[in-house]
Design a protein around this ligand. Structure first.
Ligand SMILES: CC(C)(COP(=O)(O)OP(=O)(O)OC[C@H]1O[C@@H](n2cnc3c(N)ncnc32)[C@H](O)[C@@H]1OP(=O)(O)O)[C@@H](O)C(=O)NCCC(=O)NCCS
Length: 177
């Protein structure tokens, strides 16, 4: 448990903080997995603009949550919405979840997943999947620890390199609460 960490819905004003956490977490998580030039070239301002667009989207088809410490500093975030590739069974998707390195393994990731799963459930999704790089051992161990089942694999291209990804699914979101 992480009692001093508050999980709340993200607001447009969080876009910069989310992009900052995303960039820092990508650089520590994916060092050695994703080409170094790609990680070095990540632009917080450009990413913040993309998050801001999502956070101000009036259709509200996606959800965004942040984890903040006692000082109101954003230390992690997660997002979710409809599954993006037309999967026949899994209709919801956990599209991103990232914590700063020093806040990992304290129960915050589980709480962020619960927040997204709760939103999906309220919005009539019964299940969800996520995609994780095959080389992201910690991510995979996390998803398996919280009940995810491996579904599928695919190859994606990041920074000119072909990388394998696995999908993990939860058929019954209520088991996550
Ligand atoms: C993956 C991530 C979101 C998990 O969040 P977290 O706060 O570190 O995980 P939690 O502390 O909530 O762990 C929940 C459960 O997963 C288990 N777990 C988490 N990381 C683990 C690891 N590396 N190895 C084994 N088990 C792990 C915990 O032991 C815990 O199980 P328990 O409750 O039975 O003890 C976080 O570590 C992170 O941001 N990592 C870097 C970014 C990343 O990989 N994101 C996913 C991209 S697809």
């Amino acid at each position: 448990m992480s009692p001093t960490i508050n999980i709340r819905r993200a607001e447009p004003a969080d876009a910069q903080a989310i992009a900052t956490v995303q960039t820092a977490s990508w650089r520590t998580t994916y060092a050695g997995l994703i080409p170094a030039e790609f990680l070095a070239s990540m632009d917080i301002g450009r990413r913040a603009a993309v998050w801001h667009t999502g956070l101000t989207d009036s259709t509200r088809r996606h959800c965004y949550f942040v984890a903040e410490d006692a000082d109101g500093q954003v230390v992690g975030f997660a997002s979710g919405g409809p599954e993006r590739e037309g999967h026949p069974i899994y209709k919801g998707e956990l599209s991103a979840i990232y914590l700063l390195d020093s806040y990992q393994k304290q129960g915050i990731g589980r709480r962020l997943v619960q927040a997204v799963a709760g939103w999906l459930h309220e919005n009539h999704y019964h299940n969800m999947l996520i995609w994780v790089l095959a080389g992201n051992t910690q991510g995979i161990q996390f998803y398996e620890a919280i009940g995810g089942q491996r579904i599928d694999s695919k190859t994606i291209n990041i920074g000119g390199e072909n990388l394998e990804e696995y999908s993990y699914g939860w058929l019954d979101l209520t088991l996550l609460f």
